[in-house]
Design a protein around this ligand. Structure first.
Ligand code: FAD
Length: 380
């Protein structure tokens, strides 16, 4: 399809903004519609930070995408002059007896050529004394991984999109009984309509998206760094993944405090829940911090986030055309790992939208099955 089609992107999270930006830069005329102001606090893309890492178990596809995205984030950072990404590295802690995913990640890194180090328990403690690693067999350290300043990334993408001539509008897109996108009681009209509404897509598309999705709430705590110490700042500490404990975290970035999340799937009502952290989660995250990062025991919670993930059974994203509406394209399926891929994902979706190529098999709607932890990019 040559440039200058009318394209509507619904949803201004990282999936929608990056798709809109790439389409606008291809010469299409793009309007982005969101229910709320892009960057608003309910979106999955809004938080201080998100981890960017190539670490994906045996999944070469996402490993390569993450490497490609890293390069693109650096380019967007240079272009915008905004601090979007900090390369503080990422450590994956392999728990004694449960090292399949970490072993597979090392094999994939060797194949793809991702720089990494393998540290013994003693080396972890020597290099990163913040971590108590007595139950850890070894760790992989990816030095070119790090964190993205998530909210700033979304706002920067919106700014670049507007500068390229894109339009941003406020509106609540609904669907009729045939899952046709509607706005203000009328069908949305455009050559292509891209649905990037994150977790909201499930209720909007009860026949197409709901059957392949589960929505969970995740509680995240930010804990103060010790008074007078910079040991937990991103200059001194990497992001980490702690599969054995179902946890991950990010060092303090730009004063955020140390972020830690225990993934305890929680119910969430996307529109009606107040976004306050749950007491049970608070207690479990606190005891995790006391055990894994003992120097933070007694430090106070300075911020928190209760946010959602839409999970597909195989944790692969969704980029596919609606089976009944040939101009409606889905772009999402977060599965807890989409943010980092933002620019690569947006460019890919743009190409599918203008029919330069078809989507990847893994992103198609249709039968999806749960992967074993060994096969899964997330290891869960
Ligand atoms: C706690 C947590 C930690 C995470 N950590 C990481 C990480 O470290 N690294 C990583 O890569 N990923 C991570 N993720 C996943 C990542 O944040 C998400 O995959 C990504 O942000 C999803 O973006 P999205 O654009 O699909 O959805 P969203 O950001 O939710 O955006 C959807 C947008 O659509 C709009 N919308 C919804 N319905 C409508 C409608 N009917 N009409 C108009 N607009 C509508 C919403 O207002 C919203 O702005 C994490 C997620 C969570 C929750």
């Amino acid at each position: 399809m040559a440039g200058s089609s009318s394209i509507i992107v619904v949803g201004g999270g990282i999936a929608g903004t990056m798709t809109a930006l790439h389409l606008q830069r291809r010469g299409e005329q793009v309007t982005l519609i969101d229910r709320w102001e892009p960057g608003h606090a309910r979106a999955a893309s809004t938080d201080y930070n998100r981890v960017i890492r190539a670490i994906s178990g045996r999944d070469e596809f996402y490993t390569r995408w993450a490497r490609d995205a890293r390069q693109r984030w650096l380019e967007l950072q240079a272009e915008s002059g905004q601090n979007l990404m900090y390369e503080c590295g990422c450590l994956i802690l392999a728990t004694e007896g449960h090292c399949h995913w970490e072993d597979a990640t090392a094999d994939t890194f060797d194949k793809v050529g991702v720089p990494y180090h393998r540290f013994s328990q003693q080396e972890i403690t020597a290099r990163f004394p913040q971590f108590k690693a007595d139950d850890i067999a070894y760790a992989l350290y990816e030095p070119e991984a790090g964190l993205l300043m998530a909210h700033r990334c979304v706002i920067t993408a919106i700014d670049l999109f507007k500068k390229a001539g894109g339009l941003v509008k406020r509106g609540h897109v609904s669907t009729d009984a045939d899952e046709r996108p509607m706005l203000d009681g009328k069908p949305l009209e455009a050559d292509v309509i891209i649905i990037a509404t994150g977790a909201w897509a499930a209720d909007m598309f009860p026949r197409t998206i709901k059957p392949i999705s589960a929505i969970i709430g995740i509680n995240v705590l930010y804990t103060s760094t010790p008074d007078g110490s910079d040991a937990f700042d991103m200059e001194k500490m990497p992001c980490w993944i702690d599969h054995g404990q179902g946890s991950f975290g990010i060092p303090s970035s730009e004063g955020s405090g140390v972020k830690a999340a225990i993934v305890i799937p929680d119910k969430i009502d996307l529109d009606n829940d107040e976004r306050l952290i749950r007491r049970q989660s608070l207690n479990r995250t606190r005891s995790y911090i006391q055990r894994r990062l003992p120097a933070l025991a007694g430090e106070k919670v300075v911020d928190s986030k209760f946010n959602q993930v839409i999970l597909t059974p195989d944790t692969h994203f969704v980029v596919d055309w609606h089976p009944q509406h040939s101009n409606v394209l889905f772009a999402g399926g977060c599965s807890g790992h989409l943010f980092k891929h933002g620019p690569t994902f947006g460019d890919f979706v743009a190409g599918v939208a203008v029919r330069d190529y078809g989507t990847a098999d893994r992103f198609k709607l249709g039968a999806r099955k749960k992967l074993s932890p060994k096969e899964s990019p997330s290891g869960r």
